[in-house]
Ligand binder design. Structure first.
Ligand code: SF4
Ligand code: SF4
Ligand code: FES
Length: 903
């Protein structure tokens, strides 16, 4: 630590920081625009000026930019010195010269960093009386709105978009004294992380276009801490509601998980919650039709099904919370609870858990991934499966150039100097996947191969690192050379990382990844591994020890089950439609709990309206085994409640133990689960229990300026209604409560006096860019077995046999389209591709087919036709089919298929 003096007071700070960051870490107020903790300093805006003194005797001092000066021992500065104050006020006056001052109609108003900084610097009167610069606004796609007149030329947007996120279609264009930030021409922003511009831009140039459709000021939102439901990474979000409509999602800082950024699927995929298709009432089938009934009638019907001696089974879901899965398991009994995913998928999820828990290797969080200095990606299209991880991997390739800067004595926050020092260098990243990925351009080398060949590469790398690991025989010279180069790069790194997962549906790939990591761990103790996981709670479900979906099919087929309860799961996404239809038809009674109608629900006898993530409390376990709690944002007017609550009601007096009936709130479910399932013992620790209070008070979901509490229901009653109770959490559905800083897992929104924008997160961190005060939210349920030395996996796949006239169909993923729920949000759906079949150009030529032409594909006994897409990167013999698109039921893959051209 170093001692610095701010306005003559001594403070202890981290000397690795710059003065701006150090002052903010101390909780002091100092205005800034161009600096961002994730982007570093460039000194573009001159807003963070302070007076710097050379020693106690120096009375004159000089103005410096705090973001460009190190917080070294003995530094003396003044934030309050009149010269600094006047300078900063002058700067903001200049920046505001052409600003339209349209706060009342600006979407950023009320949470605008420019507003905050303008007020903080005391600029209150506009002297400029001439014409302002005006600009053309562009169409940038369905997510981000553009209003260029509000720009203050801080350059954060292009620095984030180009330097941090690595995309090139947004730039700064200069003509005389006008700088324009946008695209060369109108069009959809190409980055999958473009939505972060909404938070990075300190004013209202880039704003959330989905929020615009049902706009609400930040102070009028009821907000709760939430977890993204759209992939297995579990990014932390803040979800905001008004008038029963979910209005938007913003980033909720978690230093170990998502940091400052989300992907666009997570930010803009929320609109399914507001869908007009939502199941809003319990439905009971009468004379062939599903009719709305009361919750009591539906629960009674379910109870009667259970009580009448029908053999009942339950099918869980990887997108349902731990609590809902556990409630179903309790209702039907552990041995009659099935995991709701096919055996192959369940096996792979359990294999990844085994590798993480039994091996000695660190499990990487997203922050660890950013800091890795050599990475091998084995079989994962990270951008489309676990998008936020791709942004972290991009940062990992900057570690090597940063090392160059470090050696030259350049502080790492000096963004421009670090980039100068590192030039175009990038750290070692190797990507081996069947199809092209958006990380390829960053990779040193890529391998396009079949899943088995990718696994063979992994086994070969492990063997080079440790000859005791099994070798992959008969490698081609090219692959052997590549394995050598990868092994050398990993061996030379301080923090090597292996990334893999189940996307190729290949056990061999995961085993090969484990072998590489375990071999490397003998060389570098800082080795880490990370697996993607498919859905928001795939890991949690896999830890529940349930049998796979096929066993449920078998139970109904054998007559061992007559009543089937399906929890938040469209089974048609899990396997062959004919088989699923057959299963659903054979089930004598089908009960479905879900938030949106789907094909499985159309077979149901009873449907319960399950709360989406926004109407529920629950826990997801992310890809690294971190249990994280999400909280109910609002109480819907319709009888929509958490699936676990419906199931708990049905359990009353129907189960032998009657356990569900004893649950009064979420804590009871969590505690029962922790007792019964050892692997989930620590899940309750993900967040404080419902009785937690701050100085005796609950934590308000509404900001203290929340308006219209009475007026918003004046059409019903002019009496202000009592806010709903929340028995499940320490949060209140009102503005009453203790507004001070709650524990990280309970922060409903970031706000601090004088800091209305999302930049107020600074006030909640123990150090800028570090963990939240009191620690980042969530609890790790899986930890590596330190010092263990598990035996290597030995089932190395053989060399690919000669072509037999068949192709191998492999799944291809899409950030916009492959996830079930976000794909039902209009903005995401707009960017989802139409179903297609992809072949490389040579394969297409050999078929005599052209792009767009229908080709006929036969997999097992099913034949379907799809338009051909030419995908340059696919290897010979591989057919790529989209996975998870709403309009296409892909076969279980990988699967051999025959292809013919339609006439
Ligand atoms: S658009 Fe926003 S982020 Fe970009 S330079 Fe202008 S004010 Fe800064
Ligand atoms: S990476 Fe996954 S969890 Fe994170 S915001 Fe995107 S979809 Fe959500
Ligand atoms: S924040 Fe320091 S110059 Fe912009």
């Amino acid at each position: 630590m170093a001692t610095i003096y701010v306005d003559n007071k001594p403070y202890q700070v981290n000397p690795e920081q710059n003065l701006l960051s150090a002052c903010l870490s101390l909780g002091l107020n100092l205005p800034y625009f161009c600096w961002h903790p994730a982007l570093g300093s460039v000194g573009a805006c001159r807003q963070c000026a302070v007076k710097l003194f050379m020693g106690p005797q120096d009375e004159r001092g000089r103005l410096v930019m705090a973001c460009l000066w190190p917080a070294s021992e003995g530094t003396r500065l003044s934030i309050e010195h009149p010269d600094a104050v006047t300078f900063r006020a002058g700067v903001v006056e200049g920046l505001m010269q052409s600003h339209p001052h349209d706060c009342p109609v600006c979407d950023e108003g009320g949470e605008c960093h420019l507003q905050d900084m303008t007020v903080m610097t005391g600029h209150i009167y506009r002297r400029y009386e001439y014409q302002k610069r005006t600009f053309h606004n562009q169409y940038l796609g369905p997510f981000v709105n553009h209003e260029m007149n509000r720009c203050i030329q801080c350059y954060r947007c292009v620095r984030y978009y180009r330097d941090y996120a690595g995309e090139h279609d947004l730039n700064a264009f200069l003509m005389r004294n006008a700088v324009f930030f946008g695209r060369a021409e109108d069009g959809v922003l190409e980055s999958e992380f473009a939505g972060n511009l909404v938070e990075v831009c300190p004013t209202g140039v880039f704003t959330d276009k989905t929020l615009k459709q049902h706009y609400t000021r930040k102070w009028d939102l009821q907000m709760a801490p939430s977890i993204c439901a759209h992939c297995g990474l579990g990014c932390n979000t803040t979800a905001g509601e008004r008038y029963g409509t979910l209005r938007r999602i913003v980033n909720r800082y978690n230093g170990e998980v998502n940091g400052y950024f989300l992907c666009d699927r997570g930010r803009f995929g929320y609109e399914f919650v507001n869908s007009s298709e939502r199941i809003r009432h319990p439905l009971l089938r009468r004379k062939g039709n599903l009719e709305a009934v009361s919750g009591e009638q539906a629960v009674d019907h379910l109870k009667s099904l259970i009580a009448s001696g029908n053999k009942v089974i339950g099918i869980g879901s990887p997108r349902a919370s731990l609590e809902s899965n556990f409630a179903l398991r309790t209702l039907v009994g552990p041995e009659r609870f099935f995991a709701g995913i096919p055996e192959a998928e369940l096996k792979l999820a359990r294999l990844t858990i085994d590798v993480m828990a039994k091996g000695p290797v660190r499990i990487a969080s997203l922050r660890d991934i950013e800091r890795s200095d050599a990475v091998l990606v084995l079989g994962e299209d990270v951008m489309n499966v676990a998008p936020r991880m791709a942004l972290s991997l991009r940062q990992s390739t900057r570690q090597a150039p940063m090392e160059v800067a470090r050696k030259k004595g350049v502080p790492l926050w000096q963004d421009d100097a670090v980039r100068e020092a590192g030039q175009d260098q990038k750290g070692p990243l190797y990507v081996a996947t069947p199809g092209t990925t958006r990380l390829d351009s960053l990779a040193i080398e890529v391998l396009r191969e079949t899943p088995d060949a990718i696994a063979r590469l992994g086994f070969a790398v492990a063997h080079v690192l440790d000859p005791a690991a099994p070798e992959a025989p008969n490698l081609s010279p090219d692959t052997a050379g590549l394995a050598d180069r990868i092994a050398q790069a990993l061996r030379g790194a301080k923090r090597p990382l292996i990334v893999s997962g189940a996307s190729c549906r290949s056990e061999a790939i995961i085993q090969a990844a484990a072998n590489v990591a375990w071999a490397l761990a003998k060389i570098s103790p800082q080795t880490a591994i990370s697996f993607t996981s498919a859905e928001s709670n795939t890991m949690g479900l896999a830890m529940m020890d349930a049998a796979p979906l096929e066993a449920a099919f078998q139970a109904v087929g054998d007559g061992a089950a007559q009543t089937v309860i399906v929890l938040e799961n469209d089974l048609h996404r899990r396997g062959d439609s004919n088989r699923v239809n057959d299963f659903l038809t054979r089930a004598k009674h089908l009960v479905v709990l879900d938030c949106l109608p789907n094909r499985t629900g159309s077979f149901a006898e009873v449907v319960f309206p399950a709360g989406s993530f926004a109407e529920s409390d629950g826990t997801f376990v992310n890809n690294e085994g971190r249990a994280q709690r999400f909280f109910q944002v609002f109480v819907p007017q319709d009888p929509i409640v958490e699936a676990w609550r419906w199931l708990g009601l049905a359990a009353a007096r129907t189960t032998e133990q009657g356990q569900g009936s004893r649950w009064k709130n979420l804590d009871d479910v969590l505690n029962a689960m922790a007792q019964e399932i050892p692997a989930l013992k620590r899940a309750p620790e993900a967040a404080p229990e419902s009785q937690f209070r701050m100085a005796g008070a609950k934590i308000p979901r509404e900001p203290h300026r929340y308006s219209g509490r009475t007026a918003m229901v004046a059409n019903v009653s002019v009496q202000e209604p009592k806010p709903p109770d929340d028995p499940d959490s320490p949060l209140s559905f009102s503005m009453e409560g203790n507004p001070n800083e709650p524990p990280g897992a309970l922060i409903p929104f970031f706000w601090a006096p004088q800091w209305n924008s999302i930049q107020s997160v600074n006030k909640f961190q123990s150090e800028i860019g570090g963990p939240l005060k009191g620690g980042d939210p969530g609890v790790r349920l899986i930890e590596p077995a330190a010092g263990s030395s598990p035996p290597y996996f030995t089932a190395v796949p053989g060399v690919r046999p000669a072509r037999s006239g068949l192709w191998l169909a492999v799944p291809l993923y899409h950030i916009f389209g492959s996830d079930e729920l976000s794909a039902r949000s209009p903005a995401v759906r707009e960017l989802a591709p139409k179903p297609y079949a992809a072949l490389n150009a040579q394969e297409a030529r050999s078929l005599g087919a052209e792009a767009g032409q229908l080709i006929r594909i036969t997999a097992d006994s099913t034949t379907f036709e799809l338009p051909l897409q030419i995908a340059g990167g696919l290897p010979d013999g591989i057919l790529g089919l989209p996975s998870g698109l709403p309009d296409f039921n892909a076969p279980s893959m990988p699967v051999p298929v025959s292809i013919s051209r339609t006439l």
